[in-house]
Write a protein of this length. Structure first.
Length: 336
């Protein structure tokens, strides 16, 4: 198993508005002003938004970038996800690239009753494989559902709905995060009696100097809601089960007592050595980040209390485990 400190990226754990408690890493948000891209590739005084790009191994990856604050910011977000488009300036050195085909025009995004209707130009259908089609659809759905007023997304091309793209990727219905991202189906799973859980593992560019968390939706045998926390942690300990990603917790990680969920807080008491890269070493920051994101995604909790053998463990600088850790607002922010 591979463990290392991240060099340029971390989960930005600004607490969601209205929530209290401890975040992972403090984050300062700039004032939203419509400004041009600077020489560094950053929109000067823009607004932070989570966009979704594709990495060199084919995984769809969230990354916080700055986009101009405009009235139609959902449309702006998609335009920044077009290959060789305005978002490319902020991707230098990451190994990430736009998920929408080069030349695609975002003709409009209308939002009503939680549904975003996206109209793309015909270039949005020009993808060479079903895998790249799925990458584009995942990126669009997950980027737009980052907005609290969007729950589902309907994609159209030049004003018309199509049942599926050329490679067979279905786009004829409204899509949501329930369909998953970077979908992975466990062995011997009956689709009619299954559950989907989203797990966060570590990815990196080919040079190994830019590291980030990657959400993977795994289809597993059906579980009850009461088993969501324990199942999530078991699947994290089992690792990514695919090349190109690394585990964030040790395979020996387990809970010493059943997880308790009270008032939106999940209390997790781990065994010694489960969350660090070696005996006597502090808890790995990426392990905490992965656990918080994964449990929050699957169990509907906003805060996680983590202990080891019933005690608050030593942890890398930047994380305070004396209080419950809050679900982050942003995931993966590049530091230039």
């Amino acid at each position: 198993m591979h463990f290392k400190k991240w060099m340029y990226v971390g989960v930005m754990a600004t607490v969601v508005a209205g929530m209290t408690g401890c975040g992972l890493i403090p984050h300062k948000t700039s004032e939203p002003v419509n400004e041009p891209v600077s020489q560094s590739g950053t929109v000067a005084n823009g607004v932070d938004k989570t966009l979704y790009f594709v990495d060199q191994k084919g995984f769809v990856v969230p990354l916080v970038v700055k986009v101009p604050q405009t009235e139609g910011i959902a449309k702006e977000v998609l335009e920044y996800m077009v290959a060789k488009g305005p978002g490319d300036a902020q991707l230098k050195g990451t190994g990430l690239h736009g998920a929408l085909p080069e030349g695609t025009k975002v003709k409009g995004v209308s939002i009503k009753d939680g549904l975003a209707r996206v109209e793309l130009s015909k270039e949005g259908m020009n993808l060479p494989s079903s895998k790249e089609e799925s990458q584009m659809v995942d990126a669009i759905v997950w980027a737009l559902t980052e907005f609290p007023n969007i729950k589902k997304v309907q994609i159209q091309f030049d004003g018309r709905e199509v049942p599926a793209l050329k490679g067979g990727t279905p786009v004829g219905m409204a899509l949501s995060r329930d369909e998953g991202i970077n979908l992975q189906v466990a062995d011997r799973v009956n689709p009619s009696n299954s559950s989907k859980i989203t797990l966060y593992f570590e990815g990196s560019n080919q040079e190994g100097n830019f590291h980030y968390l990657v959400p993977v939706t795994r289809v597993i045998p059906k579980i009850h809601d009461s088993d969501a926390v324990a199942t999530t942690l078991n699947e994290l300990a089992a690792g990514p089960k695919v090349e190109g990603l690394q585990a964030t917790v040790q395979p020996t990680a387990k809970l010493l007592s059943p997880a308790k969920v009270e008032n939106g807080v999940a209390s997790l008491n781990f065994n010694e050595g489960a969350l660090s890269s070696g005996a006597g070493k502090p808890i790995d920051k990426e392990a905490i980040e992965s656990i918080v994101l994964s449990v929050s995604a699957n169990a509907g909790v906003g805060k996680i209390r983590i202990t080891v053998n019933g005690q608050v463990p030593s942890v890398e600088k930047g994380i305070d485990l004396t209080k419950p850790v809050s679900k982050p607002q942003f995931v993966n922010q590049k530091t230039l």
